[in-house]
Ligand binder design. Sequence first.
Ligand code: NAG
Ligand code: NAG
Ligand code: NAG
Ligand code: NAG
Length: 543
Amino acid sequence: MQLPKANALNLIAVALLYLAGSDKWIVSGSLPCALRQYPTGSVCVCNVTYCDTLEFEEPTKAGKFVLVSSGRDGVRFALSEGSFIDASNEKFLPEVLRIPKQRYTRSTRSVTVQLDRRKVFQTVIGFGGAFTGAVSYNLGRLKPDLRYSLYRSYYSASVGIGYNLMRIPIGGCDFDLKPWAYNELPVNDAMLTNFTKLDDRDLMKIAQIRELMDVANNRKIKFMGAAWSPPKWMKSNNDWTGSSRLKAEYYQTWADYHIKYLKLVKEAGLNYWAISTGNEPMNAVIGFLFIRFMSLGWTAPSQGKWVGENLGPTLRNSAFRDVKLFAGDDQRYTFPWWFSQMNQGHPNATEYLDGLAVHWYWDSVTPPGLLDQAARLYPDKLVFNTEASLGDKPFQTHGPILGSWDRAESYITYILQDLQHNVHGWIDWNLMLNEIGGPNYANNFVESAVIANTTTGEEFYKQPIFYGLGHFSKFIIEGSTRFETTSSDSGVIVVGFVRPDRKTTLILYNKKTSSCEVTIKDPERGTAQLHLPPKSVHSILYA
Ligand SMILES: *[C@@H]1O[C@H](CO)[C@@H](O)[C@H](O)[C@H]1NC(C)=O
Ligand SMILES: *[C@@H]1O[C@H](CO)[C@@H](O)[C@H](O)[C@H]1NC(C)=O
Ligand SMILES: *[C@@H]1O[C@H](CO)[C@@H](O)[C@H](O)[C@H]1NC(C)=O
Ligand SMILES: *[C@@H]1O[C@H](CO)[C@@H](O)[C@H](O)[C@H]1NC(C)=O
């Protein structure tokens, strides 16, 4: 990767936010954001020859830290460095802040963040996004070099934000050009005689994903499959949408369908890490009143019966016995009752599960304590957020708002909340959508962290959400264990992790419209002082 020349944009942005312009800020290391202003906010533009990166040398000397900052005022992944000092050495404060003393005004809002490494919580698996038909279609519209930049931006551990998870629909979902499934014909074909090869849409997706693994140099992506709907003939209403259940005579067929899929994708080069029992089963139980895309309805006991009698034993007796099984894959309000009710359908249903999957959409009105209850009831199971996207509600702008920092803050708020409530993995929805937040055959357009320019195929736009996600995914690497952090100010939210490389990372979010001075008190490292601008997010990594 070539190193950037002095970049005026980033220097100006840093100067604006930190009143600094000091040469003590490290602005090299990464290729900086090419910021572009739209009436609704600022995005970072990637084109066929340029795309910003997140690269830095990790600190190795005890107490040295790297700090990465983004904020409402246009800073994206600004890099700085410093060191923990003895609490009594207040005179080093300006140096640690990397701001010349005469130009720095201390905020009167002081915040103390206390670390307690003895109190530990979940160990995180990682972060990722979804590779839907829409993502595949949009990628196909981009010039190859730009496509490679997208791959690296998300999945490269060295220059990107280090994603390691990817959710892939099994068959179609609403983010496709039309609904589809395997073996739509012949109908009533319990033996799935026509499910013998991958659909062209999946062949395209897999070719792109393999290209992504090469270009991003990432061989460790954990793939997670989820079906939205079986072919219509397996369903009680013989339709893609509307109120439906799986016909009892096809319970085993629907389990076999999953194994056939795992086998064909493996032959094509993708080894799945996990599957779920299916996307949002409640959509076709109550949600059909307003949801217009392909869904299969389950009640919890009927899903439990299917898992206990069909999917569970079939998976565990197959060549894919090590593939993890997640259930739920629906909104937070299904936690934790869904899983106990699954066991009413079959006493051993939840024994087959490795994980519980939850979607973000109603998090603002459902308490995160429900996640804690699930974690207490099922302490050996992973809890993953498997979907989130903004602009889904009737009162919101459907589709992208270019440059919306508010939307990044919404992501930051709920990822922090999930991490504070036992979530082990966090998967965003579509990796990249077009200018209107699609394509989506049901016109269910939403926001995405990256928006493609499909007119030219020569630019894409990294939304503030992308940076919000990266503040977590780049730092909380697989195997990082959360420990207790307390903040003296409810406007500064913090999570802390010890990583498998023994480094410590903290993510700090100042949600208030005033800046503040944060004192981090780490019993093992001493004290560090940070100045947090209004509405900003920071990741600190230290040895
Ligand atoms: C690509 O972006 C870089 C950085 O913003 C810019 O200097 C260059 O002119 C752009 N190239 C094209 C073809 O727009
Ligand atoms: C098998 O599926 C394909 C579509 O994938 C369809 O064109 C063909 O007619 C099906 N074969 C039978 C025997 O139904
Ligand atoms: C549930 O699992 C136990 C062993 O874990 C087994 O003895 C029992 O037969 C199973 N119950 C059913 C209904 O399969
Ligand atoms: C996409 O590129 C075209 C051509 O440069 C431009 O007119 C259009 O405004 C771009 N779209 C966005 C969302 O910037």
